[in-house]
Every structure is written in C-alpha cells, then in structure tokens.
Write a protein that binds this ligand. Sequence first.
Ligand code: G1P
Length: 281
Amino acid sequence: MIRKCLFPAAGYGTRFLPATKSMPKEMLPIVNKPLIQYGVEEALSAGLTQIGFVTGRGKRALEDHFDTNYELEHQIAGSSKETLLAGIRALIEQCSFSYTRQTEMKGLGHAILTGEPLVGDESFAVVLADDFCVHEPDSVLEQMVALHETHGCSIVAVEEVPWEKTASYGIVSGEAVGDDLVRVTTMVEKPEPSVAASNLAVIGRYLLTPDIFEILKSIPPGRNGEIQITDALNEQAKAGQVLAYRFKGRRFDCGSIEGFVAATNYIYQQHYDVGENYPRP
Ligand code: G1P
C-alpha cells in the first residue's frame, strides 16, 4: 500500500520572476489556493497521508503554510472568513509533513534521491505541483494508486503532446497492454522532435518502486548534466517494470504563464460565482 508522497520543490521558478524572487513558486495561487495545496489535496485523495517535501533555500513559506497560524486563526475565529481555512486545516489534521533540503540543483532525479530518507524502502508517489491535474471523482493519483495495486511496478502518467514539444518532456515508447496502458520499453529525457520515438510525454505524476534509489545512485548525469528520473526509469523499463498510463483528466502546465492563466480561469469558472468573492459552499 502506498502511503508516501514526495514533492520536489527546490526549483527557482524563474519563469515567474519577479513574483518568485522571494516567494516559492509552489505558493503561487490558482485563485486563492496555492499550487502546492492542490497537490497535497490530490495526494490525500489517493490515501497518501505522509507528505515529504524536498525544498531548498527560500522555501520556508511552504512549512508555514502546512502549519497552524495561531495569531491569524485567533483573529478570524467566529467570522465568515474562518471557512476559508477549513481546507488547509483538514490537510494539517490528516497528513504528516516532513522536509529535507536539496543543497545543489542537480536535476529531478537528484531531488528525488535527496528525498530517500523521507521515503525509506517502500513504493511512493512523486508529484510535481507545477503540473496541476483535475479530474472528478477520482484524481489522477487515485487512478494511478489503483493501478499500482494491480501491477506493483513503477507507473508514470502520460499524455500526448504536440510533436514540436517533445524536447520539453520525458518521452516514452512501448507496447500497448490495454486501452490506457503502455508497457514502457524506452524512456528518453527531452528528445528533439526529429529523434523522439513518440509524442507520449510524462507529466508530473509518478509512482515509483524503491529500487529506483539504487538506480539513481548508479546512473551518470544525463540531459543538461543532471541526474534524470527519466534515465533511472529507463533502467526499470529495460526489465519491463514501468507502465505508462494515459490518465483520465486534464492537466495544466502551471510552470508556464499560459497554463497558469488557463488553470486560474478553469478553477474560477468551476468553483466561483462570477462577481462573488468567496468560493461556493
Ligand atoms: C520534468 C521531467 C520530465 C517530465 C516533466 C513533466 O521536467 O524531467 O521528464 O516530462 O518534468 O512536467 P521539467 O519540467 O522539470 O523540466
């Protein structure tokens, strides 16, 4: 049973400067809720209550967000504003939060390896909060956890992207083993469109078996001179131990301005009455 979810959150978010100069990019709000909170809500929806963050310098706002703020809560106690904190309070009650710091930026694989002490020897999820995913009633992680219970191996969420975008993603190829499932044979980090084996791109949801850590320790730096999770998964794929899942739902690339604005509009229309200041009950 998967219980743990790791959130790599050490990146600088340079595409959102100056907003991210002194604020973690994970705290950027989609309407009134920070991106990272949506990610933790998704983890909890899948039954993952042990949350691990791999942070870095300048990320203390993350720890404060997942903690009580007595002064503020005292101030608004009994007022209508209290309901705005109900969601985050529920997360704090139901989840545990652990933190470790990545002191050097050496890639996503390195960030995940930095989280090893928070995970230990069990299968775990990785969520990249920038990839904001929506699906009702079962979230993308819920769908993936259900698959992991049947198959037991590593699983990556994938979607088709325009061919000209392959150099922005980990790209998988393999054999279809069901409507939505591919048994992965190769994974390549950010291939140019001219050499990409497919346009099936990994998005920021992974379920990983714990042997990934030993692989991450042994592989050489890959694309951009960084330790890539894609390269480690490629080793598991050679042994037939990776499935790619075309998830049900919609994903917004909130690492880009366009995706961020699209997600904001989507949430606003879904959850707010236009002209009202507060979410619908
Ligand atoms: C990372 C991974 C890449 C994956 C992407 C999903 O890239 O390295 O394989 O497709 O996340 O968002 P990044 O977007 O951090 O450059």
